[in-house]
Design a protein around this ligand. Structure first.
Ligand SMILES: C=C(O[C@@H]1C=C(C(=O)O)C=C[C@H]1O)C(=O)O
Length: 268
């Protein structure tokens, strides 16, 4: 491996093993999540997209909704170009994904930072259900404008951004464990979920996150019509308090759920 590649691998490793850099990455991921939700709010719910009775006949898999088909085929394409070789990425339909095409990953040698068992944790089924049942109705208006492919592409962006942030809990847990193994080992051995949750929770960090997310949704969701005038009249593309609530009620708890799950198998 060339020296410059070793340098960039080493830097990547440092980033994934440092709580401050992980938190910086999580802050940047907030931008992606908020933007993707704002983009999805451009379209109404578009219910037929998700309707399992409006099925796409597909030669290679059972019939599914247009949304299901779009998600699966998109992941299949992205798998071929190597997306899921990254330890930061988790597929929504991980079974039978195609392998990366030869030559699609020049010099790529994923760094093993995570404990192998914990690295396999994938709660995307939970995330998908939550997104469709709870989150979507909060950000999209009722109705059907027929823009199903654009809507599905927008859903995919939201889901991938949410999934990446939530599964980042694996790296956060690994770093917290390495920093204080003596605190974590007894709770892991005792399978003490509540104890682990207490150890890994930083309420002050969470409060800052919720406030920042609401502020970002306020800033990103404004119409920039005339820079001279501030005539937004409190109208936002997505209600900032809804974004703060979904972060506080779902995104942060699921990140912590991933951390607990990861720690529970850290000594296996
Ligand atoms: C991710 C962390 O762990 C927990 C989860 C947080 C989150 O989901 O962003 C924030 C603070 C912690 O209670 C962290 O400590 O940064």
């Amino acid at each position: 491996m060339a020296e410059s590649e070793m340098g960039s691998q080493g830097k990547y490793l440092d980033t994934l093993l440092n709580l401050e850099s992980l938190r910086k990455s999580l802050v940047r991921q907030e931008d992606t999540i908020i933007f993707s939700l704002i983009e999805r709010s451009k379209y109404p719910i578009n219910t037929p997209l998700y309707d399992d009775d409006v099925t796409i006949p597909c030669a290679s898999s059972p019939p599914s909704s247009l949304f299901h088909f779009f998600l699966k085929e998109s992941e299949s394409l992205q798998a071929k170009t190597g997306r899921y070789t990254s330890p930061e990425e988790n597929a929504f339909f991980p079974d039978n994904l195609p392998s990366p095409l030869p030559g699609s990953l020049p010099n790529y040698n994923p760094t093993q930072v995570l404990h192998p068992q914990g690295a396999c944790i994938n709660i995307n089924e939970k995330i998908l259900n939550l997104y469709l049942k709870n989150l979507l109705p909060l950000i999209a208006t009722k109705g059907d404008d027929g823009n199903y492919t654009s809507t599905a592409a927008s859903d995919l962006d939201c889901l991938q951004a949410l999934s990446k942030k939530i599964h980042f809990g694996k790296f956060v847990a690994e770093v917290k464990f390495r920093k204080a193994p003596d605190d974590y080992v007894p709770a892991i051995r005792a399978k003490d979920r509540d104890g682990l949750m207490k150890l890994l929770t930083f309420e002050s960090v969470e409060e800052v996150i919720k406030k920042r997310v609401e502020k970002k949704a306020t800033v990103f969701g404004q119409d920039v019509v005339d820079l001279e005038q501030n005539n937004n009249h409190g109208k936002f593309k997505v209600d900032p308090s809804v974004v703060a609530r979904l972060y506080g009620d779902w995104v942060i708890p699921l990140t912590k759920f991933v951390q607990v799950e990861y720690l529970l198998c850290r000594l296996d």
